[in-house]
Each structure stands twice: as structure tokens, then as C-alpha cells.
Design a protein around this ligand. Structure first.
Ligand SMILES: [Zn+2]
Length: 206
């Protein structure tokens, strides 16, 4: 077993076209603030899996329709076909572990808490589960199921953006358009990445 440059799981066991009983499942979490490249990293890993002739499927929560109903679209414009699902149960119902090697989940912070059990069950059944999401909300608080997912994951990759105020590595998402609630999805213009020093919990006008 070896680690890629971003902590990517590169188990050779997963490379074989073996039955699910032989496959070694795992959970990978790619987290960070807005503009930290989470979706790019998720899509990079999914692409590498497809190049290795592994069967992959990509999901995203239906709440996030910023750009596109069907595709996962990153700020950099990379995209891939993704299946929008209303929750963890719907996701689980759409995956047959014996037929899929890699499951990707984008914006996983928006899922209900049961996504943790679903990821665990898929990994136990031999699936490599790659979850990408915001680790903190706009208040700087842990976001939804992320702490639990990070705890049970074999691999956690924390990415950083660049602070829009000072240029330091940024770990927080500053909301700059007034709105309450974690589920507000206003697109890139409603947020900027900030470091701990420049971050103000809540909302500030830019
Ligand atoms: Zn800063």
C-alpha cells in the first residue's frame, strides 16, 4: 500500500478486477474551505480510478444546484457526470457494492448524518469511498457529518485556499453576502477564503 502526494489511497488491491469479497474498501476525506480545490482533487482521483479501469460512480446532494443539475462543477470548471441524490438513503439504494469499485461524493457536508453509516457500510463491502466537502461552515463551526467522516476515514486530506485578505493559507470560508443558515449556496461571489486571523465568524460585507 502506498500513498500518493495528496495522501491518496493507491492500494494495488483495488486495481485487480476482483470480486467485492477480495477488494479492500476504505474511506478518504478531502476537506477544506471554499476555493481550496476539494472538487478538483475529488475529480482527479475519480479520473485516475477510471484510467485504472475501475468502475466509478459520482454523487452530489440535490441541494447544491449552483451551476448544473447533473454535473459536479468545480470553480475551475472541471466537471464530471454526477448523480444528484436527496440524501444518504437514496445514495445507498443506487450503489451495488459488488459492481462499483469507487464511489465519489461531492459536497458531502450537506448530507444527513446517516451518510456516515452509508460510507462505512460501502467501505466494509469493499468500496473505496472518496468524500469531498467543507470541514467548516460560514461561522467556522464543524460542518454536518464532516467530523464523523474524518474520524472513521483511513485517509484525510485537508486542503487550503489563499486568504483573500492577506495571502496566507486559508482554512475558513467567509460569507460576504448577508444570509443565515448553513444551506445558503450563493456561489463563489458570496464567499471568500480567509485565514484564522482574518476570519470573522458570521457575515461581513466585503
Ligand atoms: Zn488572512
Amino acid at each position: 500500500m502506498s500513498m500518493g502526494q495528496h495522501g491518496e489511497h493507491l492500494s494495488l488491491l483495488g486495481m485487480r478486477a476482483a470480486s467485492s469479497a477480495d477488494r479492500r474498501g476504505c474511506i478518504e476525506v478531502v476537506c477544506g474551505s471554499m476555493f481550496s480545490g476539494k472538487t478538483e482533487e475529488l475529480l482527479r482521483r475519480m479520473k485516475r480510478a477510471r484510467l485504472a479501469k475501475l468502475r466509478t460512480v459520482l454523487f452530489k446532494p440535490r441541494v447544491d444546484n449552483r451551476y448544473d443539475e447533473v454535473k459536479v462543477v468545480s470553480h475551475e470548471g472541471l466537471n464530471a457526470d454526477a448523480i444528484p441524490v436527496s440524501g444518504a438513503e437514496e445514495l445507498r439504494s443506487l450503489v451495488r457494492a459488488e459492481e462499483v469499485a469507487v464511489v465519489g461524493i461531492d459536497e458531502v457536508q450537506f448530507f444527513d448524518p446517516s451518510i456516515v453509516d452509508v460510507a462505512e457500510a460501502l467501505a466494509n463491502a469493499g468500496v473505496r469511498v472518496i468524500c469531498a466537502g467543507l470541514d467548516q461552515d460560514y461561522r467556522g463551526a464543524p460542518f454536518g457529518p464532516m467530523p464523523s467522516l474524518m474520524s472513521i476515514a483511513e485517509y484525510v486530506t485537508k486542503l487550503h485556499a489563499v486568504c483573500a485578505q492577506c495571502g496566507a493559507p486559508a482554512c475558513r470560508s467567509q460569507r460576504v453576502v448577508a444570509s443565515e443558515g448553513q444551506l445558503f449556496v450563493g456561489g463563489a461571489a458570496a464567499y471568500e477564503a480567509r485565514c484564522r486571523k482574518c476570519f470573522v465568524p458570521g457575515v461581513v460585507e466585503s
